[in-house]
Design a protein around this ligand. Sequence first.
Ligand code: MF3
Ligand code: CO
Ligand code: CO
Length: 258
Amino acid sequence: MIILKSQRDLELMRPACAVTGQVLNEIAAFIKPGLTTRQVDEFAAACIKSHGGKSAFLGYRKYPHHTCISVNDEVVHGMAGNRELLFGDIVSLDVGVIYNGFVGDTARTVAVGGCGVLAQQLMDVTERALYEGIAAAVPGNRVTDISRAVQKYVESNGFSVVREFVGHGVGRSMHEEPQVPNFVDPKSNQKLRPGMTLAIEPMVNAGRPAVKILKDGWTVVTQDGSLSAHFEHTVLITESEPEILTWPAKMPSSLKVS
Ligand code: MF3
Ligand code: CO
Ligand code: CO
């Protein structure tokens, strides 16, 4: 069942998503060479707390950290620890915050200090793929139209989309129906309707699409060791253009796709 959000729900969910976006901005600005991923997660925990929120990840299926921090070939669900961030690494930061009883979910990949040309291209293509997907998130379209927009953009740029992990509805729970795959899956063809709130989140590999899960039971890495990037926003379907809830400002016209 897909839960449509009422105006009253949205009055609560908009601030939840705005706080989540703000936390991600603060963490992204904090990233620098020499920090351990544990220090990043501790900083994130303090940010979330300072905004009056709670991590949506901590304790979710026994996940033990406040955020997901995935470095280089790590795709998603990277676990905070003693690993030091090095100049040239790319790091995917995924933040989920519970606030007002609603969840915001947003992610971004950033370079640590700087990075190589391929890594930069991968991040650019993944971010742009997210906006291609968002632009397709309009009533009259189906979930598959979002999926197709993402997949087409990624593959036409020579990269690949992960199949095993997908976007999702989001609201009072972090994961609601429907699933929002980053590839065309005929099973995910629900009609988009105003009031639906979706986490659209391309996970893109520089090499092959295949992934595996490490022995810690969480960390997802590319099977071929290639770099991976992840961008995510929580988006509201409206009667007209989509509203990016985890980015309090409206979509800048420079990022709009026709
Ligand atoms: N935020 C992730 C997503 O985008 C889910 C993380 S689950 C966790 O759907 F347990 F790893 F936190
Ligand atoms: Co997320
Ligand atoms: Co998500």
